[in-house]
Design a protein around this ligand. Structure first.
Ligand code: 9D3
Length: 229
């Protein structure tokens, strides 16, 4: 799948050269292209922002450079789903990641800076997404979060498909059971005896109970909204 981003900071996307996503790029399973919005800036100063009509603090991104960048990217790739990253967008979650992973035509993200984009840009995009209720300096990190969450769901990106199926939010909507590895005792803390017992039926039941117990404690809303198996 192709991921495209329109941004004033294309160099930030080098962060996706590492790890699982970097390997998926090397293997040709995904491609990530960051397009510099400045290339479509206006005039000798390549202006991309301006003062808000009606007054107020901060700057607003002008619509023409964003529209020109969208047109340039989509001209050769008409199938891209256009996604504006904005604090006012729909909250991104795992079901939405799965939905976006099914969009074979690829994804185009618009990452804003300053106080936001001219409101008329909303007409040019298909979706608007937020990654959560906290203030970032721009949409770049948010776009990277979505790219990573979507890319891991694509065939071949995660080597062992079982680890995908077992992940939190992947099916039962609960947090994961606790994991342990060597040593059996670490700073006085023992690995739960049942995990050393070799009784896989009991282990499975213990893990299910632990997952439910810690989810109820830490994220009670996940238990309340649980999809029944
Ligand atoms: C001081 C102005 N802010 C009031 C809360 C508005 C504002 C505008 C632009 C706040 C943040 C931003 C930049 N953020 C994003 O572009 C963004 C974002 C975010 O900040 N949080 C969660 N998801 C996203 S997606 C894009």
């Amino acid at each position: 799948m192709e991921f495209h981003v329109i941004t004033l900071f294309p160099e930030m996307f080098a962060a996706l050269d590492s790890g699982l996503i970097g390997r998926a790029r090397q293997q040709g399973l995904i491609a990530i292209h960051a397009h510099n919005l400045r290339d479509h800036g206006l005039g000798n100063y390549r202006q991309v922002d301006d003062t808000p009509y009606g007054g107020g603090s901060g700057m607003v991104m002008r619509p023409e450079p964003i529209a020109a960048a969208i047109d340039a990217v989509t001209a050769e790739r008409p199938g891209l789903l256009k996604i504006l990253m904005t604090p006012q967008g729909e909250r991104f979650d795992q079901p939405l990641a799965r939905e976006l992973a099914g969009h074979a035509g690829g994804l185009l993200f618009i990452a804003g800076r300053y106080e936001g984009v001219d409101d008329r840009i909303h007409e040019l995009v298909d979706r608007e997404l937020s990654i959560g209720d906290y203030v970032l300096s721009g949409g770049e990190l948010a776009a990277m979060v979505v790219i990573e969450a979507v890319a891991r769901l694509l065939p071949g990106v995660v080597g062992n498909p079982e680890s995908l199926a077992e992940e939190s939010f992947g099916d039962g909507n609960l947090l994961e059971y606790p994991h342990y590895t060597r040593p059996e005792e670490f700073r006085g803390m023992r690995v739960p005896e049942i995990l050393l017992s070799g009784d896989h039926g009991k282990i499975r039941a213990w893990r299910a109970a632990e997952a439910l117990r810690r989810t109820a404690r830490r994220r009670p809303e996940l238990v309340a909204n649980r999809r029944k198996p």
